[in-house]
Design a protein around this ligand. Sequence first.
Ligand SMILES: [Zn+2]
Length: 361
Amino acid sequence: MIKVFSNKLCRYLTAFLFLNSVILPVKSSSALAAWEIKPNGVLELRTKSNTNLKAYFQKYNQKYGDRFWVDFPGELKNPRIIKGNGPIKEIRLGKPNNGKTRLVIEFKEKTYLNPLTWRMVGLDQNRWRIKIFSPKYSFKKIGEGEVEKKIRSFKTNKTSSYTRKRVNDNLQLPNVKQNKFSVVIDPGHGGPDPGAIGIGGIRETDVVLEVSKIVEKLLSEKGVKVRLTRKNEVDLNLRPRVAFANNSDADIFVSIHANASRGKRRDINGLETYYFRGWRGRLLAKKIQKQILRVSPGSPDRGVKQGRYYVIKNTRMPAVLVEIGFLTGRLDAKRLEKTTHRKRIAYAIAKGILEYFSKLG
Ligand SMILES: [Zn+2]
């Protein structure tokens, strides 16, 4: 059970961690340059640029308490143990094997941790952050070195989706030209048509409306004009949705849905994005699919597919229909019930859209 647990987390974290994957030569010195655990429970790391990190979590056993560790390439010079406070027992810096550096955070007994919600976010090419405990614990910061020190110069990677500007909390979205782009978001179903009904009665119409509204907010903050085909529980046929989009000057159309499997099989989960025609539609679908997968670890990639859905077939602009998970699937439904996950999905969709615009704009 512990294994499954830690594997799950590992998959989750690596999805975020393998963003930068230039591997340093084994002989080099540690890629860990500085670290700090803040009173709000956030661990910040500064590394060499383009470091490939791996993070793990393991539940307590007879020998150790709950542990979280990060492995860095390059060998640590002097292994050491630093005493913790609050929920943290101690921090150990070691070399698990030659050519590696490991930062281990061991928690005290009975600390409440929820590693399934943890995500390592790349703030920059050399900075990372992850929230590991709740600020309800009183904690005095511990760290070594300057985590905020900026690298003086690095070759700007034009396709990098990461910008230095922090939007809010730990979220970052790519910047695009202000007031240049416009999007129609189409929350599927509505009113008397609830769409898919999933485990525990969860309704597609509610899920996709909330996600759509968050996408609207995130994109608006980036200077993208957004219109929704519906803003509440109204009955709306497919034809007026298409007409609404075609009568607008929208650059793209994104219809948001959630799936149900035949026979309501709980073992079927996954994400998929459809387009009908054109390389632009396909590119948009790919960008969105990639991002939603990142925030849905363990949920299968059902791929980017061509589909003949009315709303993407009849809209004139590049159009996609995204299925953000199976409401009938055990894994997806449990997540989609929660606003925190809906926010993550919305963020991913917004990011996919912005990446599409920055590529074409
Ligand atoms: Zn639907």
